[in-house]
Design a protein around this ligand. Structure first.
Ligand code: ADP
Ligand code: MG
Length: 483
């Protein structure tokens, strides 16, 4: 089995013992080379060199012991196996040595060539197996740790035992004894918690379940959760789980959808406006003509009604076209605070009237964005007006802030108004969606239109009774630039 001579280091402070052992080693069934070391430090140096296949060490080494040597060698990650030499009848020491990681022990005086032969062979075999295991463990650990997905392992009750670093980034929490986490704790939906409980109870599996994660940070994280169940050596089930973060994907899907929807609405409105305006002109012209020939005063009221209503239709179309129009942009570099303060100035009276406090939070360095200031102001005016209108109590607050993020410059406008129910969020940017008695429902669509022509995106977060936050992102690099 062994071709190369086995390199053996003998650590023993008794030369006679060494010589006896050396003689015996020369008679075993495979070639060996022996090196003798009789001082502790010298032995340690030799072990550190990593040039030996097996170390045979006397338990007694002056004031120290072979156990000390093994512990010191472990400190520089030596894998070389240790065989201990002990005196007869020292069962305690033998047990101690094995417990500390020695591969074997040989009792002085009871040693035979055969025992020695077998012990060395066994030590080498075992160290090879351990090295191979360590390699494969390292490989799996690398997959685990370097994965772009969160990977975690849970026991049969669903309690999470082990997580990789992506897990901690994705969820904003790690695991520790004081904070035991179960798989079901990770998702927000009660319905999904129930599904996961069933999987855990039945050693079941699931693939790519789209979940909203219970993330400790501010943002909502969406991920695909996959779980598979396996059984360990003792017959207990455990779960291997993966979370693939699709938050960004979802966000860009949403923005794309928003843009396409707006473009489709724009096309429809322009066509319709054209088609309606022509007959409307005919109606207006005819009614003007009719008015000239009108003799009966009682019919005059009807003419007025027709005129008023066609005027109304006309202004509806004008407003709608206005909210969706694409006009020449006058792009320049402006500091963010100009957007905030110019639009705030326009709503000052309404803020005072409702006694709403405004807090503006700007970073130390001036952030600049490339915008058409007039258009951006009208977008912010819409947002501010909505925030003011959403506040019905007397402790109204509006927060305006700007910050740099990894994606660009983010402007936020937050209010503590009535909030928007989750089921209405999807309709927010639709023309004519309004919940106000005298609302037109064109403010948000106009705002979206302006933001999109700046390549900016808008996100909304809202809680009924608590308030609403709109976040506007001017992405790097072209559309938003730093000072
Ligand atoms: P309008 O203000 O004419 O109703 P908008 O397009 O500006 O039209 O807004 C549409 C709807 O969106 C509003 O009627 C309101 O229900 C909702 N909304 C917009 N912003 C907010 C906000 N900050 N808080 C609560 N609801 C809001
Ligand atoms: Mg509005």
């Amino acid at each position: 089995m062994v071709q190369q001579p086995v390199r053996i280091l003998i650590v023993d402070d008794d030369e006679d013992d060494y010589l006896i052992l050396k003689d015996m080693l020369e008679t075993i069934s495979y070639p060996v080379t022996t090196t003798w070391s009789y001082t502790y430090n010298h032995a340690l140096e030799l072990i550190r060199s990593g040039k030996f296949d097996v170390i045979i060490v006397d338990f007694r080494l002056g004031r120290k012991t072979g156990l000390d040597l093994m512990a010191d060698a472990a400190r520089f990650h030596s894998d070389t196996p240790f065989i201990f030499l002990t005196g007869a009848g020292n069962a305690k020491i033998d047990a101690l040595a094995l417990k500390a990681g020695a591969t074997d022990y040989l009792v002085k005086g009871e040693m035979t060539e055969e025992k020695l032969d077998r012990s060395i062979r066994y030590a080498i075999e075992r160290s090879r197996v351990i090295a191979a295991l360590r390699l494969s463990e390292t490989k799996y650990r690398n997959v685990f740790e370097n994965s772009k997905d969160a990977i975690f392992i849970a026991d049969h009750t669903g309690k999470i035992l082990q997580v990789n670093s992506v897990f901690e980034e994705l969820l904003g929490v790690g695991i520790n004894e004081n904070n035991p986490l179960r798989i079901t704790d990770l998702v927000t939906s009660e319905q999904q918690k129930a599904i996961l409980d069933t999987i855990i109870d039945n050693c079941g599996e699931i693939k790519d379940l789209e979940t909203e994660l219970l993330y400790s940070g501010e943002d909502i994280r969406i991920a695909l959760l996959s779980i598979s169940c396996s059984t360990n050596e003792s017959g207990e089930s455990f779960f291997q789980c993966f979370l693939h973060d699709i938050t960004e994907l979802k966000k860009s899907e949403r923005h794309l959808f928003q843009a396409e929807k707006l473009a489709a609405v724009g096309r429809l409105v322009r066509t319709l406006a054209h088609e309606v305006r022509n007959p409307l002109n005919n109606i207006n012209m005819s009614i003007d003509q009719m008015e000239e020939y009108l003799t009966d005063d009682s019919l005059y009221t009807y003419v007025e009604i027709v005129k008023r209503n066609s005027g109304y239709i006309n202004s509806l179309i004008t407003e709608l076209l206005h909210s969706l129009r694409h006009t020449e942009m006058n792009i320049q570099k402006w500091p963010v605070h100009d957007i905030f303060y110019l639009s705030l100035a326009k709503v000052k009276d309404r803020l005072d009237l409702k006694k709403i406090q405004v807090k503006v939070n700007l970073p130390q360095e001036d952030l600049h964005v490339m915008i058409d200031l007039e258009k951006m102001n009208s977008a912010f005016l819409n947002l501010l007006t909505n925030a003011i209108e959403a506040i019905e109590h007397t402790d109204g607050m509006i927060w305006l802030s700007s910050e740099k993020s990894k994606d660009g410059i983010v402007l936020k406008i937050q209010d503590n108004g009535m909030g928007i129910p989750a089921e209405s969020l999807g309709r927010l940017f639709e023309p004519y969606y309004t919940t106000k008695r005298n609302g037109m429902g064109l403010g948000m669509v106009a705002t979206l239109n302006i933001l999109q022509s700046h390549n900016a995106t808008i996100e909304v977060k809202s809680e009924v009774g608590k308030g609403t936050t709109f976040s506007i992102l001017f992405p790097w690099p072209a559309e938003a630039i730093l000072n």
